[in-house]
Design a protein around this ligand. Structure first.
Ligand SMILES: C[S@@+](CC[C@H](N)C(=O)[O-])C[C@H]1O[C@@H](n2cnc3c(N)ncnc32)[C@H](O)[C@@H]1O
Length: 258
């Protein structure tokens, strides 16, 4: 792995990605986007494919997951294979800003903890809306400043893993993006982050066996990748979580209809 690898390249290697708010947030997004077994759903920035597989298995719908990293898509396909749901999920490498789908195709487009990392957010939003059927839904779960302006130490801490590649917005900023893309009847729900709960949700998402696999792949990556060892060292040096993190940083669910 080369020097410029980001946290997402490492996460693809170890097979672990997450959204903020865990399964509760995903279920809420599913409900707000009116997703059920008859729906055709696109998950943009699907990471290692947990939500698409969950949607297909638990809600019985057909799902396409896309991610900009081919290693994430490899992991997603492995997951679908393991869960024997290859007939209902499909995975493709694609950039949120240039989706390889025809207009008006999906009943719902969801995007969990991704858009903050996408450079041209209006372009990506336009793409989400373009591929959604009239009357369908676009739903985001995104990192949100719940109180502004955030202090420098909080901004630095939440962005530390992302090397300045993320831009977090306030709820107004996210709503403006949905409105700018022409979405209507916008629903907004914002939440504080509970860091302990986020850790519990990781265990819930992957289970004990899944976490053992993640641990094994993490140790193997640490042993073979100098870039990963540097990343871990820098993380350690960043220090402790700011005490006032919860006051400023949270996540929001933003849903609109086309
Ligand atoms: C925080 S992870 C969330 C993954 C997944 N949604 C989940 O809940 O596990 C962010 C993901 O967005 C992907 N990503 C970043 N920029 C992207 C882009 N422009 N287009 C598509 N995916 C992107 C990353 O590769 C990574 O898998």
């Amino acid at each position: 792995m080369e020097n410029k690898a980001t946290i997402f390249d490492f996460q693809a290697e170890v097979g672990l990605t997450k959204q903020l708010g865990g399964l509760k947030a995903t279920e809420e997004l599913i409900e707000l986007c009116h997703i059920d077994k008859d729906k055709y759903v696109l998950d943009v920035g699907c990471g290692v494919g947990v939500t698409p597989c969950y949607l297909a298995k638990r809600h019985g719908c057909r799902v396409v997951g896309v991610d900009i990293r081919d290693r994430m898509i490899d992991r997603s396909k492995e997951r679908a294979n393991k869960e024997s749901i290859e007939d209902r999920v499909e995975f493709r490498v694609a950039d949120a800003q240039d989706l390889p789908f025809e207009d008006d195709l999906f009943d719902a487009v969801i995007c969990e903890s991704v858009l903050a990392m996408v450079p041209d957010k209006p372009k990506a939003m336009h793409e989400y809306v373009r591929v959604t059927k009239p009357g369908g839904f676009v739903g985001l779960n995104e990192s949100t400043w719940i109180k502004t302006p955030p202090p420098v130490e909080v901004v630095e801490w939440v962005g530390q893993d992302l090397s300045g590649n993320a831009q977090f917005l306030s709820a107004d900023g996210w709503v403006g993006l949905l409105q700018g893309a022409g979405l209507r009847e916008i629903v907004v729900r914002t939440y504080e982050i509970d860091t302990r709960n986020e850790a519990r949700e990781i265990l819930r998402r992957y289970g004990c066996r899944g976490m053992l696999g993640v641990l094994g792949r993490t140790l193997s990556l640490y042993a073979r990748s100098p870039a990963y060892r540097r990343f871990v060292k820098e993380e350690r040096e960043e220090g402790v979580t700011p005490e006032n993190l919860d006051e400023y940083f949270g996540y929001g669910l933003y849903v609109g209809s086309k």
